[in-house]
Ligand binder design. Structure first.
Ligand code: ADP
Ligand code: MG
Length: 718
């Protein structure tokens, strides 16, 4: 028996591919020489700009304010000269609309000038552009007749050159807003949230008698992904349309051997990784780590953390480069959360902290009692924020793709809780128990500003992989984020709720300090109260266990299992209050987001369900019936007769499951929220029924009849 011809030739071509010859070699091309070569960095600006212009630009970068046009003209001329020297022909404002993807519109520098051309790039073209915004989702923020949207250079993120196959483009990271100034993108609220966080953190630090430079949120995102051979990928309409397989029976070998995690990286994959890293280095993206992940064909890439805004832009670029370089190596990079049932899905751990010049990392335990007290204050603010806005955090990672991952015993559960590790947890318990400043450690209580912290292990968080939000020594790691997500949403939520928590803490501490001169006892009282109220969010056990689900319910924690249940948190009163108080998103802006994300969920499920029907009806059912027909001559034999009967029975099951799915999909509701609930509760289960029948068929239909590459082939051939 031979496999289906298309599959057979794909496999033959993979088996006979020559060993890949590298296109470059890190032994000859030093990382040091290429690092940041395509970035218009501060150093390049300083070299190329008049002193006063550079000073003014640097001030804008540090404060995040807009450049004035006179300065912009000089900066634009310098950037243009640099870009032309590097061979760029075009420039583009790059922005991050609410689709979650990167958008860009390219214009050439070159304009006709007499017999030749002249390269033009004005200050205005640098700092502002007006792409037609009407085709980007806006969630009712603007009607089409006022479709104008503006992109404005985010000076805190440097311009860079993106090298394409046959030309280079100068890219300018921008924020995208409507003509009224409403945010239409992911960057604008992220920037606003960083300013809110800075302001609130400074307030708390001032109470500790500290002054600091701008307090920046930091982010180190760890990206998981799959690499699949492109020849097999193109035989799977589900993969190339949705990025996720809608069919596929469980392979004989999955991830149970545990031989893949941190295993030797296959040659062809390593070559692809190195080239991706090289492209990242050129753009100043500080990639640090690469390794095999748990599932076969799954890998991870992680950079060194940066300021949240720059980390966001770099993360978006990393995803672009992962896909692009993979294609050059005959792979396809799958970034969706759950491409294959039965093996692990992909996440994006968002490591997050805050700090600034003069005070360092504010989530780093200090070395003396006073610093400890400050560290515990910031930790307490995190605990309060996460407890109060657990639903919103869950909503910030909600998507059709991530629903297949959260709560599937491979990723954190949909219930948000905080893991602190045993030692920090004990300290927090002591603070909770403490009554007065005079209580001592011996009695199981801790006096803030007097007692020292035990040394906290840095890797404490790693021992509990089941927690969605873990303290890992000097930062928190938000592990529920999906692999395809922009980090902007989760970061905006973290910064905003933290800012609000810090404000609240500063208010209460200031009020206490009016009645007492003893800072330590005032702080102790405030932290004790907050921790007693919000300590329920702390959970150090196994997040996968059934007991935790029961216990979480008892504690009143939210368990928002699906996207339609989670998204309304974006417009909950608690969210609207905090986001408007902190000036991050208005009520209208929040509503527009909730509407867009709900709509996008409905669209995803609808597309997947239509594709499930198409593949089931036009590829799989015919394959099964043809096989059964070909078995007719041997139907008199015992084995032939039984096989034919089994195939026909499953084919009937598949046919009726397909009918039921089509009926469910056609049953459209009148509003988006009802449609989302219907997609979740009716359409998705109907898809699973189709899949179950088809996967059973795959196990008994002769291989040469089956049109789709198997899981085995997709996950193990390269
Ligand atoms: P792992 O989680 O695999 O143990 P690490 O702890 O080394 O790995 O770091 C994971 C990510 O967290 C890296 O991107 C790292 O740069 C980032 N990170 C480290 N410190 C901070 C910080 N203060 N703020 C944000 N991210 C950080
Ligand atoms: Mg990690």
């Amino acid at each position: 028996m031979s496999t289906n011809p298309a599959r057979r030739s794909a496999i033959a071509s993979i088996a006979s591919q020559p060993r890949l010859k590298g296109t470059f070699d890190f032994r000859n091309e030093k990382i040091d020489a290429i690092y940041g070569q395509n970035v218009f960095s501060l150093e390049k600006m300083e070299k190329r700009l008049p002193k006063d212009v550079f000073k003014s630009l640097k001030a804008s970068i540090e404060s995040g304010t807009k450049l004035d046009l006179a300065v912009a003209d000089v900066v634009a001329a310098a950037i243009k000269d640099w870009a032309l020297e590097r061979g760029a022909t075009h420039y583009a404002h790059v922005f991050y609309p609410l689709t979650g993807y990167t958008a860009e519109k390219h214009d050439t520098f070159f304009e006709p000038n007499g017999p030749g051309t002249l390269a033009q790039f004005s200050g205005k073209a640098l700092i502002q552009a007006e792409p037609d915004a009407s085709s980007f989702p806006n969630g009712g923020l603007r009607s089409t007749f006022e479709a104008r949207g503006y992109t404005a250079w985010d000076v805190t993120s440097p311009a860079y050159i993106f090298d394409g196959e046959n030309g280079s483009t100068l890219c300018i990271p921008t924020a995208f807003v409507s003509w009224k100034g409403e945010a239409l993108d992911k960057k604008t609220p992220l920037l606003r949230s960083m300013h809110a966080l800075n302001k609130s953190a400074q307030r708390v630090l001032a109470l500790f008698g500290k002054k600091s430079g701008f307090i920046t949120a930091s982010c180190g995102p760890e990206q998981e992904y799959f690499l699949i051979d492109s020849r097999l990928f193109h035989l799977r309409p589900d993969l190339y349309t949705c990025g996720r397989s809608l069919f596929g029976s469980k392979p004989a070998k999955g991830q149970e051997f545990e031989d893949q995690y941190f295993g030797t990286i296959p040659d062809r994959v390593l070559a692809c990784m190195m080239e991706t890293e090289r492209e990242c280095f050129k753009l100043g993206i500080p990639i640090k780590t690469r390794h095999n992940e748990v599932a076969p064909a799954q890998f991870e890439v992680a950079p060194i953390f940066e300021s949240a805004n720059v980390a966001h832009d770099h993360q978006m670029l990393t995803m672009t480069l992962l896909k692009r370089v993979a294609a050059q190596h005959g792979f396809v990079c799958l970034l969706v959360e759950k491409p294959f049932a039965g093996v692990n899905g992909s996440g994006k751990h968002v490591n997050w902290s805050l700090g600034g010049a003069g005070v360092g990392n504010l989530l780093e335990p200090g070395s003396d009692p006073h610093d400890n007290a400050q560290f515990l204050t910031f930790c307490t603010a995190v605990i309060r924020a996460v407890d109060l806005h657990q639903g919103l955090l869950r909503a910030s990672v909600a998507s059709a793709g991530n629903d297949h991952r959260l709560g599937a015993n491979e990723a954190p559960p949909a219930i948000i809780s905080i893991y602190l590790g045993d030692m920090l947890n004990e300290v927090i318990e002591q603070v909770k128990k403490s009554g007065s400043a005079s209580s001592s450690r011996k009695g199981g209580t801790m006096t803030l500003g007097v007692d020292t912290l035990p040394v906290l292990p840095k890797d404490a968080g790693d021992r509990n992989r089941t927690s969605p939000f873990a303290f890992t020594g000097n930062k928190f790691e938000f592990r529920a984020v999906g692999s395809a997500f922009s980090v902007a949403g989760p970061l905006t939520v973290l910064n905003t709720i933290m800012a609000d928590s810090l404000d609240k803490l500063a208010d209460e501490l200031s009020a206490e300090l009016k009645s007492t001169k003893d800072f330590n006892s005032a702080l102790q009282k405030v932290l004790k109260e907050i921790l007693t109220k919000h300590g329920r969010i702390i959970f150090n056990g196994n997040g996968y266990s059934e007991e935790w689900h029961k216990e979480a319910e008892k504690r009143g924690l939210k368990n928002l299992r699906t996207t339609p249940e989670a998204l309304p948190e974006i417009v909950a009163k608690s969210t609207v209050d905090v986001f408007s108080r902190q000036g991050v998103l208005s009520k209208d802006e929040l509503h527009s987001r909730e509407e867009i994300y709900t709509h996008s969920y409905v669209l995803s499920v609808k597309t997947e369900s239509k594709l499930t029907s198409d593949i089931g009806r036009t590829l799989l059912l015919p394959a099964a019936l043809k096989f059964a027909a070909d078995l007719t001559p041997v139907a008199d034999s015992k084995s032939g007769g039984k096989l034919r009967k089994d195939v026909l029975a499953l084919a009937d099951e598949l046919a009726s499951a397909l009918d039921a799915l089509d009926k469910a999909r056609d049953d459209e509701k009148s509003d988006t929220h009802a449609n989302a609930a219907h997609a979740c509760n009716k359409v998705l289960p109907a898809m699973l029924k189709v899949r179950a029948a088809a996967d059973s068929l795959e196990e008994i239909v002769a291989d040469e009849y089956w049109p789709l590459p198997s899981y085995q082939e997709l996950l193990f051939l390269r």
